[in-house]
Design a protein around this ligand. Structure first.
Ligand code: UDP
Ligand code: MG
Length: 152
């Protein structure tokens, strides 16, 4: 099923110069970039994005981390992109992420794991609406790219 997911390069990924490397993996897989923005979020925005984790002991540190510098917010589209995107990203803890995955190749610490990806259709919808409230208007320029067939 062709669907969309929300992917974010976290502040450590941006600071370490990994933007192109990470985008490249999604492009080479065959997914289509539909929207992208470099932005820095404030505390309430970060708390909203991670609201499901608000009771976790690492929540305050996670919010500080996400606010600590610019992030690259993106919408990627393609067949099963939500689940397959999570496979490309790898396990939450880079100590357990398989080599070949983004976290497995590029990160060491669970608290600095370079990338976020939506974990379900529901969270993808909510996260895309949160980060790109203007919706499809922003991605008009991607319509030509979208027309290139990449699914057999
Ligand atoms: N996190 C953390 N410590 C933990 C678990 C998670 O710092 O013990 C951070 C980590 O940056 C992770 C984020 O919280 O990516 C969100 O956690 P989640 O369980 O949703 O993992 P993800 O969906 O990012 O793999
Ligand atoms: Mg998650």
């Amino acid at each position: 099923m062709v669907e969309q997911t929300f992917i974010m390069i976290k502040p450590d990924g941006v600071q370490r110069g990994l933007i192109a490397e990470i985008i490249s993996r999604f492009e080479k897989k065959g997914f289509t970039l539909r929207a992208m923005r470099l932005m820095t979020v404030d505390k309430s925005f970060a708390e909203t994005h991670y609201q499901d984790l608000s009771s976790k002991p690492f929540f305050a540190g996670l919010v500080s981390y996400i606010m600590s510098g610019p992030v690259v917010a993106m919408v990627w589209e393609g067949k099963n992109v939500i689940a397959t995107g999570r496979l490309l990203i790898g396990a939450t803890n880079p100590a357990q992420s398989a080599p070949g995955t983004i976290r497995g190749d590029l990160a060491i610490d669970i608290g600095r794991n370079v990338i976020h990806g939506s974990d379900s259709a529901e969270s993808a919808k909510a996260e895309i609406n949160l980060w790109f409230p203007e919706g499809d208007k922003m991605s008009d320029s991607m319509r030509d790219v979208r027309s290139i067939p990449y699914i057999a």
